[in-house]
Design a protein around this ligand. Structure first.
Ligand code: PLP
Length: 317
């Protein structure tokens, strides 16, 4: 599958009077260009898990998600390409008998051969509980289980190659903004923030996660755990922080400010965003820039993690 997935993705500088006035350089890491269906961060989280599934001779990928999940789309596509069977445990039992209410994401995943089990919201809440997962494993002995959003320790380790790539493209970066759902991406970017860089010459760096859901502070514990459990050059890792005031009402909720921002950004820079993840992360950066929280002379990377699979859009080509 490596042959299909882009080896590297572009890092482009964007320019505007505002950025010039603030003396801040901004680079967009266009990781959505990794692959049309397995975009950005989902590929990094998936690649070592696919290897591990093969190593264990598993033939079935089983995972969890909502009806619009980019992760479900990525697993279904990867399973098709790599000849795995796939089962999606989908939140929302009402969808079981209402095919006309399936999202484009579910339709495409189904066309790729993914089978669905639709769970009530109560059942879905058990998705990370050990006894529930044990039962599932007994029921599907051939399954390699992948958590919601694709985040586990191997997923976090998948970001090493991405950070090597970024640190080759722009070793001088000082701030890196990413959207946060489960926090796996933030943990991975932080754990490998300095790979390939000389300790003595590297500028201090911070990775800034922007939570796209409400009350995301509970994620901090797992992020801390994933970062410290990752073997990486920990002595000079970047600092990380989680911003929790830019969710615009919660997961998949938007505000008129957000949509306005997204439209303006897309028009100005001809880069498509999505309302769930990247636009919230980039909006947060611009807010912090306006509030002079980014020092002059900084080089900021905005990580475009993907999220465009549910969209058909001329900007994508
Ligand atoms: C899933 C997703 C995220 C969130 O990643 P986590 O590792 O779960 O925090 C961010 N951006 C996009 C486009 C995504 O699809």
């Amino acid at each position: 599958m490596d042959a299909v997935i882009a080896k590297t993705t572009p890092l482009i500088e964007i320019k505007s009077p505002l950025l010039q006035r603030k003396s801040v350089r901004v680079l967009l890491k266009l990781d959505f260009k990794r692959d049309l269906y397995i975009q950005g961060n989902k590929w990094h989280k998936l690649k070592l898990n696919l290897k591990e599934a093969k190593r264990q001779n598993k033939r079935l990928l089983l995972t969890f998600g909502g009806a619009f999940s980019n992760h479900i789309a990525a697993i279904a596509e990867a399973a098709k390409r790599e000849n795995f069977n796939a089962i999606g445990m989908i939140r929302g039992e009402e969808l079981a008998n209402q095919l006309d209410r399936w999202s484009p994401t579910l339709k495409k995943a189904s066309a790729n051969g993914m089978q669905f089990n639709f769970l009530s919201r109560e059942r879905y809440r058990e998705r990370n509980q050990a006894d529930f997962l044990d039962k599932l494993q007994l029921q599907y002995p051939d399954a390699y289980l992948i958590p919601e959003g694709g985040t586990n320790q191997l997923a976090v380790q998948g970001f090493e190659t991405l950070m090597l790539e970024i640190n080759r493209q722009a070793p001088e970066w000082t701030h890196l903004y990413t959207a946060v759902g489960t926090g796996g991406t933030l943990a991975g970017l932080t754990a490998y923030s300095h790979v390939g860089l000389e300790k003595t010459t590297a500028r201090p760096k911070q990775v800034i996660g922007v939570a796209v859901l409400k009350q995301a502070d509970y994620l901090k514990k797992s992020i801390e755990h994933w970062v410290s459990a990752t073997e990486a050059p920990s002595t000079h890792r970047a600092q990380w922080q989680l911003l929790n005031e830019f969710h615009h009402g919660g997961y998949a909720k938007t505000s008129s400010e957000l949509i306005e921002f997204m439209t303006r950004f897309e028009t100005e820079f001809e880069v498509p965003l999505d309302p769930v993840y990247t636009s919230k992360a980039f909006y947060a950066f611009y807010q912090q820039l306006e509030q002079d929280l980014i020092p002059k002379g900084s080089t900021v990377i905005l990580y475009h993690s993907g999220g465009l699979q549910g969209r058909s859009d001329p900007l994508l080509n």
